[in-house]
Write a protein that binds this ligand. Structure first.
Ligand SMILES: [Zn+2]
Length: 504
């Protein structure tokens, strides 16, 4: 299958004539007219070419030419992959023109194509195992430097594998992916990536005084686990801590969720999975940066020993918290992990959590909220999110709202006053970072999709992994005398090589 990408209302003669002449050309024109193809984003028309060696010509709409960012090409490649799968095309060639001929575009096209190939069908009895798309060729006007392209595509493959790991873990039923299973998976994946893993069982968790994790785990018969990962990069000059929420199933505890809201609650470990997969990828990529991963993992169930609204717990940093809503459990287990991470005094802490429904109310299902006490880091991550197609939108840490999480009987309570729920959750987390540079991503919306996206099928999306990998790589390339908050402006500029062709 040959894929031609066209922007809205673009003159399409020349691009199509290159692949379909004469009777074939007429057939393609008829197909486009019949489908009212105008190059709108998401429009895909596939035409069978009679005589040619290439059996199918697929025309993918890019949308408005003036609004073409890098992710537009990633999405287009994802749609081309979907069309190839529908038509059983084993080999796909995408014609790339001057607009998408930089190495960044080549990387985005390959990434979108690979990400869109993800399937989770292990529980389907009638899973189709027909022709699988096995090869992508990018046809570019002139060659790109082969070594650069090979290196960058190696990075794409590692990132796509990491995204697949998160999707697999999120999509797995909670009955399978218990905290013990998540911990074993982290150990297995880390082993051949040179990443160190330590798994803390309940006894160790008690010794370490992880009060939030213990309190949440009380309602479940499944053993909690605390997963500690360490990547020590060759020649590393900075250290970043990654913290991820690992609730393998969230019933809400005694503050039980309604049935509908519980349907997708196996997703509540997406942040933890993103941390595990990012750590493993950092090892595979040999990133020259030290990264520490912290993933508290437990179920949140209303068993006979479950914590009760009104209970007070005391954290290892001395703060006491009145638990008024057992469904606000994410911040309790993150508090432990953030306090531990902060005690190591890293240059930066980044946490990812499917934390609040309020964030979905504010930003919808495709955008994550981002908070932080280092504006330059937040700005850089927002920019990277635009480039990777993982949109982040900054929400404010409003100091006045801290009053909403004050408790009459303890230092804090685990639920706000009803308004700005994502913000009060972030303010709660901030109490545990000991003033260290810190960024929090509330990924409750985009961690999971209930509709097909251009390069993510329904289910877990792997949101956040590609932003983190890019950011860590960027920090690793930053001179040691530059603080992480200023890293963005000091990272080595990416070379913009001339046009090139690459075959994988
Ligand atoms: Zn909850």
């Amino acid at each position: 299958m040959v894929v031609v990408l066209l922007a809205a209302n673009e003159e399409r003669g020349a691009a199509l004539r290159a692949f379909a002449r004469g009777a074939d050309g007429a057939a393609v024109r008829r197909g486009l007219t019949a489908e009212r193809f105008h190059g709108r984003e998401g429009q895909v028309v596939t035409v069978t070419i009679a005589g040619a060696r290439r059996r199918l010509l697929c025309v993918v709409g890019l949308g408005d030419a003036a609004a073409l960012d890098v992710d537009a090409w990633r999405r287009a490649a994802g749609r081309a992959r979907q069309a190839a799968e529908r038509h059983g095309a084993a080999r796909v060639a995408i014609a790339v023109d001057e607009r998408a001929s930089s190495i960044e575009h080549i990387v985005a096209l390959a990434e979108g194509f690979d990400l869109a190939g993800y399937r989770f069908d292990k529980y389907k009895s009638d899973a189709e195992h027909g022709v699988l798309v096995g090869e992508l060729t990018l046809l570019t006007p002139t060659p790109l430097p082969a070594a650069d392209v090979a290196r960058r595509l190696g990075g794409v493959a590692t990132a796509v594998t990491a995204v697949g790991t998160v999707r697999d873990l999120v999509n797995e039923p909670a009955a399978v992916k218990t905290p013990t299973f998540i911990a074993a998976t982290a150990e297995r994946l880390a082993a051949d990536a040179g990443v160190e893993v330590e798994i803390w069982d309940r006894a160790r968790i008690e010794r370490e005084r992880l009060a939030g994790l213990l309190a949440v785990a009380r309602g479940s018969n499944e053993e909690p686990r605390f997963i500690r990962m360490r990547w020590r990069g060759p020649g590393a000059r900075r250290r970043v801590a990654l913290v991820g929420k690992g609730i393998t199933f969230d019933s809400g505890g005694l503050s039980l969720k309604p049935a509908k809201a519980m349907e997708t609650m196996k997703t509540d470990m997406a942040g933890g999975a993103a941390v595990i997969a990012t750590m493993v990828a950092a090892g595979r990529m040999q990133l020259a940066i030290d990264v520490d991963g912290f993933v508290p993992a437990t179920e949140n169930l209303p068993g006979g020993k479950a914590q009760k609204p009104g209970d007070v717990i005391r954290f290892r940093n001395g703060k006491s918290v009145e638990v008024l809503n057992t469904d606000a459990e994410g911040r309790l287990i993150l508090a432990d992990a953030l306090a531990l991470a902060a005690a190591d005094k890293p240059d930066l802490i980044i946490d990812l959590a499917t934390l609040t429904g309020a964030c979905i109310v504010a930003l919808g299902p495709q955008v994550a909220g981002i908070y932080g006490n280092e504006q330059a880091v937040v700005d850089r991550l927002v920019t990277l999110g635009r480039e990777t197609g993982e949109p982040l939108w900054q929400l404010p840490l409003v100091p006045e709202y801290r009053d909403d999480i004050k408790s009459p009987v303890a230092d804090l309570k685990n639920i706000g006053g009803g308004n700005a729920g994502s913000i009060t959750a972030a303010l709660f987390l901030q109490e545990f970072v000991a003033g260290r540079p810190w960024v929090h991503m509330d990924i409750a919306g985009p961690a999971f999709t209930d509709k097909e996206l251009p390069y993510a099928p329904k289910g877990g999306t792997g949101f956040g992994v590609r932003i983190l990998l890019r950011y860590l790589a960027e920090l690793a390339a930053t001179p040691p005398d530059v603080p992480p908050r200023a890293a963005a402006s000091h990272a080595r500029p990416r070379r913009k090589p001339p046009l090139a062709a690459k075959r994988r």
